[in-house]
Structure formats: C-alpha cells, structure tokens
Design a protein around this ligand. Structure first.
Ligand code: UDP
Ligand code: MG
Length: 329
C-alpha cells in the first residue's frame, strides 16, 4: 500500500533499516533494541540506521515498550497496524515504509543473531542484492518442526518454478531495488519467501547458527504453518491443478483397456455377474480422488476471490516517529 502525504529529503535516508514485525512481544523489545543498537553502532556507518517495528495488532504492552524505546532513541520508529494481519502482511507494511538503502527483516526474539549483519553488509558491498541467512543447524527447533520444514522446502521446490533456498528464513539483507520490486507486486497473498525468489537479482548466502527463543513464545502453531505452506505452494505453482488432468487421462486409458478386456472375456466365456467388491472399491476410490481434486480447485478459487476483492494488505492505525522518505515507487 502506498502512503502519500509526507516528505523528507533523501538525505535523511539511513543506510540500514532493521524491520521487526512484532506481535505480543512486550518482554522482547528492550533486549532486542539494546543488542541490535550495539551491533549497528559498532558498524560505524556514516549514513546510520533505523529500527522499524511493525506492531501487528499486539494486545499486550508491546506498543508502550516501543514508545519508550523511541523516546530514548528517535532512530526507532514504529507502524502500528489496526489489527493482527499476520507476519507476511506486517513485513509488507515494513517494506513500504522502510527508509534504508538496505532493509533487513529480523525477528524480535533474537533467534537470528544481529551480529551476522556485518557479514551481510560486506557481501552486499561486493555487489550482491540479496544476502540471505541460512541456518547452519536447526537444533533449536523441535524434531517434528525440522522434519516438516524439510518436507515443505522439498515439496515447494519440486512444485514451483521459483526455488526458495532451503533453511533460509526471513532474515536477509535486501537492497533497495529488490524492496521496490517486492512493493510493486500487487497480490494479497504475501508469501514473502516466494516473492523474494521470484524477484531474482544477485543472491548470496551467509550461514549462521539459530538459537532458541528465550523470551516470549512462538506465534506459529502447526495449523498456521500449514496455512502458510498452502499459501506458498498455491502462489508459487499451478502444478496441483494440472496433475488432475494427467491423472484423469491415465485412468481413462486404463479404463478403456479394461473395457475391451471385459468385452472380449464376455464374448469368449459368457456373462459373469460377480464383481461387487471390485466395483465398490473402484467407486469409492474415484469418489475420493474427485473430492480431492475439487478441494484443490477450491483452494485456488478461494485465492482468486481474495485477490479480486483488492482490499489493502494492511491498515495502519498509528505511526511513531517521522517518515524519513517519500515512499512512491
Ligand atoms: N509475528 C507477527 N505477526 C504474527 C505472528 C508473528 O508480527 O501474526 C512476529 C513475531 O512477533 C516475531 C516474528 O514474527 O517477531 C516471528 O515469530 P515467531 O518467533 O513466533 O516465529 P518462529 O520463530 O517460531 O517461526
Ligand atoms: Mg522465532
């Protein structure tokens, strides 16, 4: 969403925007700001930095904690959304309002170490436009989470033309030109990793160790992850729609041969009535297959409906801190 009505020169543009979507993270804001500010100050970049929080409909004292942080350091800004729109929408809001020459989405739980930012910047200066962090180990995650994540990356990359790097989260450095491409994508379905993959550009990886969350709790349960996975696959690939035509064609061919076989057998051996169980199995099996194919179709139709409504991806309720640049793109 493009937000007109504010202006400040490009001179105010910092080098780095740290983009932190937050949902009910009151305890995490303080430690996050302290650690990230230390790391960024140590980089000693003349153009400076900003931290842009996106308050994604928090119901606790998150906003108050951000206000306090902003009062202590005006480089900390915030956009508070009117309700919980989900992390992907919050990231989109952040990309629309980030002022930096590079934008780095970073979870506020400090599972991804901000110390890696220095390495990312070095890689950016070598000419890479996207420097994504790859988790060297996922020991901080539970075994089922690791297995399902693994399975998901495989399925996505098998089905979709836009390959997403395995074990790379949202923690990555994005050059301004990549940010502007993402902002021009109009879809309501914001599966960010898919959008980043689609955009292309020169991409490089840096490896890091991911630790476990020590403040607050995860906001993603398996149902949310499953929904996210569906979003990713349906927005990245139409293969699930197409397989049904191939399957249908295969079944038709097999049925034709079987019909000929039965015809010949009846002519040679006469009429043979038994066959109820096989009939039942075939009916139930194809009933199931048809329902699944309808369901897959429904997934896509539902998404078409959402897209045609053209509703905004997010709604801003409040801003903390001045906008630093005109954001038309
Ligand atoms: N988050 C958000 N909106 C949501 C859910 C999560 O902005 O609806 C934020 C959350 O506050 C955190 C980040 O997204 O900063 C990642 O969430 P979490 O650490 O719970 O995810 P996990 O690391 O468990 O995948
Ligand atoms: Mg986390």
């Amino acid at each position: 969403m493009i937000d007109p009505g504010f202006s400040a020169g490009a001179a105010a543009r910092p080098l780095i925007t740290i983009l932190a979507p937050v949902k009910d993270e009151e305890a995490a804001i303080g430690p996050f700001v302290r650690r990230v500010a230390t790391v960024l100050d140590a980089l000693d970049e003349p153009a400076g930095w900003e931290i842009l929080f996106i308050d994604d409909g928090s119901r606790d004292a998150t906003l108050a904690a951000i206000l306090a942080a902003h009062a202590a350091d005006p480089r900390i800004r915030c956009l508070s959304l009117s309700r919980n729109f989900g992390k992907e929408a919050a990231l989109s809001a952040g990309l629309d309002h980030a002022a930096g020459q590079v934008v780095i989405p970073l979870d506020v739980d400090l599972q991804d170490p901000p110390e890696v930012i220095g390495t990312m910047l070095a890689s950016w200066r070598e000419g890479n436009d996207v420097v994504y962090g790859v988790r060297r180990n996922r020991e901080a995650d539970t075994l089922p989470k690791r297995l399902t994540a693994d399975l998901y990356y495989r399925a996505h990359n098998w089905l979709s033309a836009d390959k997403i790097p395995e074990h790379a989260g949202d923690f990555r450095l994005l050059d301004r030109k990549v940010v502007d491409v993402i902002r021009r994508m109009p879809e309501r379905n914001r599966f960010m990793k898919g959008l980043f993959a689609w955009a292309g550009f020169r991409q490089a990886a840096v490896e890091y160790d991911r630790v476990s969350r020590d403040v607050g709790t995860t906001k993603f349960n398996y149902w949310k992850l499953w929904t996210l996975a569906l979003d990713g696959i349906t927005s990245g690939s139409t293969l699930p729609l197409r397989i049904w035509s191939y399957l249908g064609a295969m079944v038709a061919v097999v049925a034709l041969f079987y019909a000929v076989f039965i015809g010949v057998r009846t002519l040679v051996f006469g009429v043979d009535v038994p066959g109820y169980p096989s009939l039942m199995v075939a009916t139930l099996f194809f009933g199931g297959v048809q329902l699944i194919s309808l369901g897959v179709l429904g997934e896509y139709v539902g998404r078409i409906l959402v897209e045609t409504k053209h509703r905004p991806i997010y709604v801003v309720r409040e801003r903390i801190g001045a906008e630093l640049q005109p954001v038309a793109c």
